[in-house]
Design a protein. Sequence first.
Length: 474
Amino acid sequence: YTLAANCFACVLFAAMQRCRTFTIPKSEIDFMVTEFVCHDSNMMQALGAHSKVFTWKVLVSGRNQPIEIQLHVERGLVASVLGGAEVTLLADSQRLFPLTLGAEKERLTEDLTHHWGFRGTLKGLNMPDFAEVRPPLAPGHSMDQWYPATLTRQREDGHFEVMVRVPDSNGRVRSVCYPAVPARDIRERSSGRPLLLPHRSLDLRVPKRDPLAATLSVDGLELITHYFVRHSPSSAIQMRVDKGRSTVEVGVGHSILSHFLSREVRRVHVQKGHNKVAWTIQVNPFIEHMVELERQSKWSRIFTLSIDGRRLVESSAADIDCVEGGPWHCDFRFLGESSLDFEVFETDRRVLEELDSTSVVSQLTRFTCDCGVTIEDERDLSSASFTVDGVDFGQLAAKAQAYPEPKLITSVEVMQQQYGVIVPFKVTENDDSPPPAPTSAFASLSGAWRCCSKPATVSTESEQIISSPDAKNA
């Protein structure tokens, strides 16, 4: 059994070395490589000497700042003869290897591994209709009915803020915002399984035989060494709903709202030169990004990819595992959130009547743009190409010329029929006494949440929790 397990581990590690770039699904957002730099001092390589420095900056969910992992590998002339290499491993400037007092670096006597454990975030947050919700209704009414819902926020007490789609007395679907729903009344819509907060880990392995083949992986399986992500700023459009819920006043005009909702990426301009090229794209009416690619020096084979003036990748083609003999190529992703902020009159949860007070309900949408940069001829960067979601930059729709237009004022029905936007309700969170029996079909379906339930508990077992202090109660 031990022999078989060891063989399997060797085969798995060999496969990981052959394919160090792993495509992570769009739903995986617990970890993001925000910067990767690999410098190779190979002036003495012909004599057997070799020195390389790896730097990964990995942003983990629950942390405001990325973890900076640095691996220094030095193989001098003596080491090339005797075998082995001297290694230093740092994480956030703290030395993890060697631990010998006063030693800056040491030769490996066995494979070096390090594990960072953390609590992952719930997958599906802000994904439309990812979940189903079971309303705890008043006595005498069924509790077996589940309704489509979007989880908009994970509260510190273990409850969730949700946007539930329920039919009213006329059979029309309404979006109702509830501020605190216990986890036991929520399940995944596709599978029917209860909500679970996953335990995740980052695992670094530096093999003794070849420290230059170090790998950084997720859960020991999925390599994220080259899962590059850059956050796009959040953007929002404000809307105001009148008390009778008949009219919606939008903070922008029809053209901007339509583009915002379509999430269409558009090209702005491109600047090309022999040693530098820059593309500018518009991800929505309010946000633009500049993607720059440049050569370190005239004869260097190390290239720097920057986003909005901040370095994302700096390495040769070999260090980002491009096909041997093939072009320098790098995939990365923009990740951001956009929202529609509705100012609506609040609804009393006990009688389901509108109050004079107002509140803002935000409908959040997470978006991603998968991008790729390829250098066809390393001698001339003007040959480089840039794609967005598989579409070449030149084939993207051009940025529309701005022109004055009045703010959009329309009905709630038109917002749903023409723009696909369902105007939400805001149900107030009042006392914990049982609500009266529903008096309408809408009331019987939407119910009133009992937000006084005990918070859901989550057990956590890991070597180290990489999270903000508040996340421990999430």
